[in-house]
Write a protein that binds this ligand. Structure first.
Ligand code: SF4
Length: 686
C-alpha cells in the first residue's frame, strides 16, 4: 500500500505563464516539488488556477534541462565552465564594441524573467555596451497597446482591475480568447456574460467559447477591426450617445475626429467587415448606453498592420462615452506573458528606458547619465525586426537572447534563421535546447521561476513577489546573477543579484515604482503607480490623464498589404490562436503532463471549405503562403467562417511561422500574425 508523501514546506509565488498573474502555493519536500495549489486569499485568483498554473510545473527538473554553459566549436556544442564562457563572451563583446561600435550589439530580454532581471538586462546594454538596442517579446504582442494607449491617455497600461467586473454592466471583448489564453480571467468574464442583465459584446472572427455566451458577437473578417470600430463610433455619435461634458472637460481633438467619422462610407465598411451594420449598431449602442462599460482586448487587436490604430479606437470609445477614470469601466489589455507588462516598465524597449522615459529627451538623458555614471546613448535602438534586418545587412555582429524562442515564435522563420546565421555571435540563455538555441554560438543555462526570486507585474499593473521554491538545478544559474557576472567582467561593477537590492535601485529611477519595496509587497503585491509612502493605485486617469487631456485621433481603415498583394493567388485567410494546454513555443508545457492532453496541432476549417477540397476530419492539409508551406491535420468546425482558417504556434513540428509574413503594425512594428494569405489542398502529410 503506497503512503502519500507529506509536504515539509510551502512557498507562495506567482505563475510563470500568462499575464493574469495567479498566486500559487507550492508544496515541497527534500528540495523537490510535490504539488501546486492556489491560496484563497489571493486577490488575483481567489483559490483558482488553470491547467497550466496548477499542473504544468514538471518542466523544472526535466531531464532535458540545460545544465552547463556551452560554446559551439566546429559545429558542435561543447560543455565549458562558467569562468570559460564568461571570458569568451566578454572578450567577444569588447572586440565587437571596439571594432564595429556599440550598435553592432543587441539584446532581447524575456518576460519569463523578473522585473529586476529585465531592468539589469536593459542597464547592461545602455550603460555597459552604450546602445539602446534592447527589446523584448512585447514587440510581437502588445507593443501597439503600449503605443496606442500612450498616444491617447499618456500611459500604456490597463486602466482598471479585473475585480472591477463586480461593478460593470457591459464588457466588450475584442480580439481575445480569454478561455484559453487567460483562463482564470476568462472564467470570470464567462460568469459575467451568463448573468441575464449583463451585456457581453465579443468582436472576433472566431466563435470562441465566450462568444457563445455573448449578447452580441460580431464575427468580422480578420484584419478589419479599424473598419468595424469606426462604424461603432459613427453610430454612437449619430444616435446621440456621446458624453458631451466628459469630452469637453477631459479631451482634445474631438471636433476634427467627429468630422472624419461622419464622412465614413458605411456601405464600404460593412462590405469589408462582413458584419451586418444593424448588428454593429446594436452592439455600439449597448456599449454606449450601459451605465458602466469595460473593454478587454488581446492579440487579435494588436497583431495587425493597423494594431496601434485599433488600440487608439478602443481608447477613443471609452473617451467618447465617459467610460474611463472610475471603477467598473476602462480599457484593459489582456497581457499575454506573465511579465510582459513588467519588462516594458523596466525599459526593455529601444525608445524608452526604465520608467518609460524617452531616451531621446535631453533631461532624461542627463538623468540616466547621472544615475548610471556613464554616458547613455540618445539614439533610438533597433526593434526586434530591425535587429534581424541589421544582421542580414551585416551591421549586427552579436545578439544576446534570453528566454525567447524567436525561431519558432517570430514571423517568417526562414528569415529569422538567416539573420541568426548571419550574426557572428549568438548567445542564447535558456532552460532547454529550443529551436533558437540550436542556432546559438554560446548557451547559458538559466533558471526557471521556481528557482529564483524577484517580482512579476501582471496585466493589472500589480507588482507581486516571486519567491524561490527550490535550488536552481546543478549547472544553471539565476538569470539576474548571470547578467551581473557579465557586467562585472565587462568592467562595470555590480553587487550580487538580490530582489530587495534591485528593487531599491529601480525605485530611484522608475517614478511609478517610488514606493515599491520588497518588504511592502506582502501577499497580494502593489498596483503601480506606488507613492513614496507605499500607497498604490487601483484606477488610472481618475481626474486627469497622464498626458493631460485624452486625445482623439481618427484613422481610416486600410486593407493590409498581405491581402492587397497576395489574396488573388492565396484566397484563404489564416489566423493564429492559442490552446489552453500549452504556452507559446511549448518549451515548458510540452515537457509536462499537458502534452498527454494535447500533443498535436490542428487546422480549424469550415465544413463548406472542407467539402470543396474533399478534406475529412483528421486529414492532412497543406497550407501554403508566399513564404512557404506546412502540413496540419484538419479539424472541421463552424467556429470559423468559410474562407477563414486558424491554427496555433505551439508546435515546432508544424512551425507555422514558416508561412507567416513580414508585415508589421505601421507604428509599433508588431508582426501581423493574424492575417496570412494562404491556399490549401488535401495532402499526405510530411
Ligand atoms: Fe497561470 Fe494564467 Fe493559468 Fe493563472 S490563468 S494559472 S496565471 S496560466
Amino acid at each position: 500500500q503506497s503512503k502519500a508523501i507529506q509536504a515539509t514546506d510551502t512557498t507562495r509565488t506567482i505563475c510563470t505563464y500568462c499575464g493574469v498573474g495567479c498566486n500559487l502555493e507550492v508544496a515541497t519536500t527534500n528540495g523537490k516539488i510535490l504539488s501546486i495549489t492556489a491560496p484563497y486569499d489571493a486577490e488575483v485568483n481567489q483559490g483558482h488556477t488553470c491547467l497550466k498554473g496548477r499542473y504544468a510545473f514538471k518542466f523544472y527538473d526535466h531531464p532535458e534541462r540545460l545544465d552547463s554553459p556551452m560554446i559551439k566549436r566546429n559545429g558542435e556544442f561543447e560543455k565549458v565552465s562558467w569562468e570559460e564562457v564568461y571570458d569568451y563572451i566578454t572578450e567577444r563583446f569588447k572586440y565587437f564594441k571596439a571594432e564595429f561600435g556599440p550598435d553592432s550589439l543587441a539584446g532581447i530580454s524575456s518576460s519569463r524573467c523578473t522585473n529586476e532581471e529585465n531592468y539589469l538586462m536593459q542597464k547592461f546594454f545602455r550603460a555597459v555596451i552604450n546602445t539602446n538596442n534592447i527589446d523584448g517579446c512585447a514587440r510581437v504582442c502588445h507593443s501597439p497597446t503600449a503605443l496606442g494607449m500612450q498616444r491617447t491617455y499618456g500611459t500604456g497600461a490597463a486602466t482598471n482591475s479585473i475585480d472591477d467586473l463586480k461593478d460593470t454592466n457591459c464588457i466588450m471583448v475584442i480580439g481575445a480568447n480569454p478561455t484559453d489564453a487567460h483562463p482564470v480571467t476568462g472564467a470570470k468574464l464567462k460568469q459575467f456574460a451568463m448573468k441575464s442583465d449583463n451585456v457581453c459584446i465579443v468582436i472576433d472572427p472566431r466563435r470562441t467559447e465566450l462568444a457563445r455566451y455573448a449578447t452580441h458577437h460580431l464575427a468580422l473578417r480578420p484584419g478589419t477591426n479599424v473598419a468595424l470600430l469606426n462604424m461603432m463610433i459613427y453610430y454612437i455619435i449619430t444616435e446621440g450617445h456621446v458624453d458631451k461634458s466628459f469630452i469637453e472637460s477631459r479631451t482634445e481633438g474631438y471636433e476634427a475626429f467627429e468630422k472624419e467619422i461622419l464622412n465614413i462610407d458605411l456601405d464600404a465598411l460593412e462590405a469589408v467587415t462582413g458584419v451586418d451594420r444593424n448588428d454593429v449598431k446594436a452592439a455600439a449602442l449597448a456599449y454606449a448606453t450601459a451605465p458602466n462599460a469595460m473593454s478587454f482586448h488581446g492579440l487579435g487587436v494588436t497583431e495587425h498592420s493597423q494594431g496601434t490604430f485599433t488600440v487608439m479606437q478602443i481608447a477613443d470609445l471609452a473617451l467618447l462615452t465617459g467610460n474611463i477614470g472610475r471603477r467598473g469601466v476602462g480599457v484593459n489589455p489582456l497581457r499575454g506573458q506573465n511579465n510582459v507588462q513588467g519588462s516594458a516598465d523596466m525599459g526593455v524597449q529601444p525608445h524608452q528606458g526604465a520608467g518609460y522615459l524617452d531616451v531621446t529627451n535631453d533631461e532624461v538623458n542627463k538623468r540616466y547619465n547621472e544615475f548610471y555614471g556613464v554616458t547613455v546613448p540618445k539614439e533610438i535602438g533597433y526593434k526586434i525586426p530591425e535587429m534581424f534586418e541589421a544582421a542580414l545587412d551585416g551591421k549586427l555582429k552579436a545578439i544576446w537572447i534570453i528566454g525567447e524562442d524567436v525561431v519558432q515564435t517570430d514571423p517568417n522563420t526562414k528569415k529569422v534563421i538567416r539573420a541568426l546565421e548571419a550574426t557572428d555571435l549568438v548567445i542564447v540563455q535558456e532552460l532547454f535546447m529550443t529551436e533558437t538555441a540550436k542556432y546559438a554560438d554560446v548557451i547559458l543555462p538559466g533558471a526557471s521561476f521556481l528557482e529564483k526570486s524577484g517580482t512579476f507585474t501582471n496585466g493589472e499593473r500589480r507588482v507581486q513577489a516571486v519567491r524561490q521554491v527550490v535550488e536552481p538545478i546543478p549547472g544553471s544559474k539565476p538569470d539576474g546573477q548571470i547578467i551581473v557576472d557579465i557586467m562585472n567582467r565587462m568592467g562595470y561593477p555590480q553587487p550580487d543579484y538580490t530582489p530587495d537590492g534591485m528593487l531599491e535601485e529601480i525605485s530611484q529611477i522608475v517614478p511609478f515604482f517610488a514606493g515599491i519595496r520588497w518588504e511592502r509587497l506582502g501577499k497580494n503585491g502593489l498596483q503601480w503607480p506606488v507613492a513614496e509612502d507605499g500607497t498604490d493605485t487601483k484606477i488610472l486617469h481618475q481626474n486627469e490623464f497622464k498626458r493631460g487631456k485624452g486625445y482623439f485621433e481618427y484613422n481610416a481603415f486600410r486593407e493590409t498589404m498581405e491581402l492587397q498583394d497576395h489574396a488573388k493567388d492565396y484566397p484563404y485567410i489564416l489566423t493564429t490562436n492559442r490552446e489552453l494546454e500549452h504556452y507559446n513555443c511549448g518549451a515548458m508545457t510540452r515537457r509536462t503532463a499537458n502534452e498527454k492532453i494535447l500533443s498535436d496541432d490542428y487546422l480549424m476549417i469550415n465544413p463548406e471549405d472542407a467539402k470543396t477540397h474533399l478534406i475529412h476530419e483528421g486529414d492532412y492539409v497543406c497550407v501554403e503562403s508566399p513564404r512557404g508551406k506546412v502540413d496540419v491535420k484538419a479539424r472541421i468546425t463552424d467556429e470559423v467562417k468559410p474562407g477563414i482558417l486558424s491554427t496555433t504556434f505551439h508546435f515546432p513540428e508544424i512551425m507555422i511561422n514558416l508561412i507567416t509574413g513580414d508585415i508589421h503594425d505601421s507604428e509599433a512594428k508588431c508582426p501581423e500574425y493574424k492575417v496570412v494569405a494562404v491556399r490549401i489542398r488535401k495532402s499526405k502529410g510530411k
